[in-house]
Design a protein around this ligand. Structure first.
Ligand code: C2E
Ligand code: CA
Ligand code: CA
Ligand code: CA
Length: 279
């Protein structure tokens, strides 16, 4: 039994070693990938549940590999954060997203908005306001067309510094959405300090909406509290009609998920929008 135990440890050690090895390799590939313009921005539509119109598209980062596979942001964003690349990468995302949205508006989808995910690190270098403003200016996109998505957990620490920057951004017309809502510890009243207009209910609650009764009451409570505070609600991760119908019945404002579309590259988004009812 002892011998077996030792072998087991050995096995786990190797696994751990390999995991951090892979991480290290990925980390080293990140900077050259950025310099070589290997990252791509995909877009996923958000749909107004009362009239079926696409109101906003969320910009989501992708890292395509030479073998045709794709490394997802959950794998490389934390590495970009720890290596300090996130500020440059985040600036590029803002620039591209503004250009992409402005392009769709010129093509005829005139009221389209774009949502961009921000990392907490982007608030720390003091340049966020300038970065956002010049991204808008360079793309010729009005501030009202930009929504910034911040995760609930991001807002827990460094609150004052972040609040100040968000206030300046919302003052020019940019809107704020709280992402992954329900997974953190904050309450809705607290979130009002961040000038948010929108709550995105975390996918985990939406996925289990039709199977777990307690998730239904939770989602119901979030939607009604949000409404009483004048906040819009977005349900992300809607994959089927039953879930959609339930959310409509609960009074959710906006939906996002594979039911309509996976995140797609810009040319596919163009097609999607041109086949879709105009705003
Ligand atoms: P998120 O902001 O919560 O984005 C939603 C994630 O759910 C996306 O994963 C999207 O592809 C996925 N999703 C959307 N609808 C469905 C559905 O119906 N079913 C399922 N199973 N999944 C769905 P993705 O693109 O892998 O992004 C993961 C996370 O990476 C994002 O979570 C966001 O936190 C982060 N991320 C992505 N792009 C950026 C970026 O440009 N900057 C920063 N800081 N973070 C980013
Ligand atoms: Ca998001
Ligand atoms: Ca989310
Ligand atoms: Ca998430």
């Amino acid at each position: 039994a002892k011998k077996e135990g030792r072998n087991t440890y050995h096995y786990y050690d190797k696994k751990l070693e390999k995991a951090s090895d892979d991480k290290f390799k990925l980390l080293q590939l990140l900077r050259p990938a950025f310099n070589g313009a290997q990252f791509k921005l995909y877009y996923q539509p958000m749909v107004n549940l009362s009239n079926g119109e696409i109101t906003t598209v969320e910009a989501l980062l992708r890292w395509p590999q030479p073998d045709g596979t794709m490394i997802g942001p959950d794998q490389f964003i934390p590495l970009a954060e720890s290596s300090g690349l996130i500020n440059e990468l985040g600036r590029w995302v803002l620039q591209q997203a503004c250009i992409g949205c402005a392009q769709q508006r010129r093509l005829g989808y005139t009221n389209l908005r774009v949502a961009v995910n921000l990392s907490v690190m982007q608030f720390k270098d003091g340049h966020l306001q300038d970065t956002v403003k010049s991204a808008l200016r360079d793309a010729g996109l009005p501030p009202e067309a930009l929504e910034l998505e911040l995760t609930e957990s991001l807002l827990i620490d460094e609150t004052e510094q972040i609040q100040k920057q968000l206030k300046a951004l919302t003052a020019i017309g940019i809107t704020i959405a709280i992402d992954d809502f329900g997974t953190g510890y904050s309450n809705l009243g607290y979130l009002r300090n961040f000038n948010a207009t929108t709550l995105k209910i975390d996918r985990s609650f939406i996925t289990s909406l039709c199977v777990a009764k307690h998730d239904e009451s939770l989602v119901k409570a979030i939607i009604s509290m949000a409404a009483s505070l004048g906040l819009k609600t977005v349900a992300e991760g809607i994959e089927d009609e039953a879930t959609l119908n339930k959310l409509v019945a609960l009074g959710c404002d906006i939906g996002q998920g594979y039911y309509w579309s996976k995140p797609v590259p810009e040319n596919v988004l163009s097609e999607l929008l041109s086949n879709h009812q105009q705003l």
